[in-house]
Design a protein around this ligand. Structure first.
Ligand code: ACO
Length: 401
């Protein structure tokens, strides 16, 4: 047995922790999760209370500044965000470079990264004023870019922001409105969407947030860092899970087919997993899934629609939560299990689901990025590896191989 570490002169110990299941990469005052109890707090406030009683703009202010805003502070913050919702006209030309059927997340990665080419006055990460402007720009422009990505995919003209509307109302209008036709924001849909944004705003060191921090730790500009977060979020094990969950529920179709899919999820030889189930941190019911389930009913009642897929989801949850496999592994519905059903009822195609997640999570990414930059302990992120390759050996000339 060769001790490779000694061979390379490395004497200091390090932890081998694939997937970082028990390694804290930073300290943070933003978000607390107790996965065993199913608790999620932002700056000390429970997610259920925030989702019921506050607004996305309030939560954004809270995450960025540490305290809930007063009425005046909230009005000032909302006005500042509103002032930054427009994007440069040249940015619209970027969209035309993508194929008509490009996935909107591909467009988001490219266009958000490109923002750094437009806003040179907010890329100096050592200047607090520039950092604040960049943060506001990102939070304000993300809904505009997300709506443009949607409009581009359906071949409709872009709509300019209407800043007389709320953050969320404005986004709904830019997405579903048509030029020269009045668009009435449905208050129940607006509230539901705002709540979905709150539920996705931050979730401590998940893969995409860690990506934003890691990218930012090298001093990269904030627009590039958020683009990196968007790229990471795209994966089906992370932000892509709500799209995958709805597709799975539609594939299951009717409750009588649930046992077949449960059996597949339990079969170790089948890569199939119940999408929207299980979580790295929550070993209890995800508190965001509780709010999501309630919101499905509100949206259905308001829009006077129903979707058989909701019944399938409820039944699937009931069966899984009484199945020893899911009980023993502590697999519960996560935030993604019900969100796709609401988004679909509102009218979003599945390709837009992860875009909406990215829109909301931008607030968390930006807050985490700011916290990292101002942390005196901050260093460039540089994980170690456990080398398992060959020990040193002599080079063999090409003619001797
Ligand atoms: N269906 C069936 N079995 C599952 C599921 C599932 N959804 N999730 C986990 N398991 C099983 C695994 O097979 C594994 O079994 P084993 O111990 O016998 O090998 C055990 O539970 C632990 O699973 P891991 O993959 O090791 O747990 P990890 O913490 O790495 O994964 C994850 C968490 C990725 C979320 C996983 O539960 C999963 O793939 N879920 C489905 C995708 C999903 O819903 N993702 C959204 C996450 S929330 C978010 O990003 C907003």
């Amino acid at each position: 047995v060769v001790d490779i570490r000694k061979m390379y002169g490395q004497t200091s110990a390090f932890t081998y922790d694939p997937g970082f299941t028990s390694t804290a990469s930073c300290q943070s005052t933003l978000t607390y999760i107790d996965g065993d109890e199913g608790v999620l707090l932002h700056r000390g406030y429970a997610i259920g209370e925030l989702a019921e009683q506050s607004s996305f703009m309030e939560v954004a202010y809270l995450l960025l500044n540490g305290e809930l805003p007063t009425k005046e502070e909230l009005a000032g913050f909302s006005t500042t965000i509103t002032r930054h919702t427009m994007v440069h006209e040249q940015l619209a030309a970027f969209f035309r470079g993508f194929r008509r059927d490009a996935h909107p997340m591909a467009i988001m990665c490219g266009v958000v990264g490109a923002l750094s080419a437009f806003y040179h006055d907010s890329t100096d990460i050592h200047d607090p004023v520039q950092r604040t402007i960049a943060s506001h720009r990102l939070i304000a422009k993300i809904p505009t870019i997300a709506a443009m990505a949607y409009k581009y995919s359906v071949g409709q003209p872009f709509l300019y922001p209407d800043n007389s509307l709320s953050y969320t109302g404005n986004f709904l209008r830019m997405t579903f409105g048509v030029p020269a036709e009045p668009y009435e924001v449905n208050p129940v849909v607006e509230k539901a969407m705002d709540r979905i944004f709150i539920l996705h705003a931050d979730h401590e060191q998940n893969a995409s947030t860690s990506t934003v921090r890691l990218a930012g730790s090298s001093g990269a500009n904030p627009f590039a860092c958020i683009a990196a977060g968007i790229a990471c979020l795209w994966g089906p094990a992370h932000g892509g899970a709500n799209e995958a969950a709805l597709n799975m529920l539609r594939e299951i179709g009717t409750p009588d087919r649930i046992p077949e899919f449960i059996a597949r999820a339990k079969d170790k030889n089948d890569p199939f997993r119940l999408m929207g189930f299980g979580h790295r941190v929550y070993k209890n019911y995800d508190p965001r899934a509780t709010v999501m389930q309630k919101t499905v009913r509100e949206v259905f009642d308001s829009l006077k629609v129903s979707d058989p897929v909701f019944e399938t989801a409820l039944r699937l949850e009931e069966i899984a939560l009484n199945d020893p496999y899911f009980v023993e592994k502590k697999l519960f519905p996560n935030v993604d299990f019900y969100s796709g059903i609401i988004l679909s009822a509102i009218g979003f195609p599945t390709e837009m689901f992860t875009v909406l997640f990215a829109l909301a999570r931008t607030v968390g990414w930006v807050a985490q990025w700011n916290e990292m930059i101002t942390d005196p302990d901050q260093k460039i992120g540089r994980p170690r590896q456990l080398y398992t390759g060959p020990a040193q050996r002599p080079y063999v000339g090409l003619d001797q191989r």
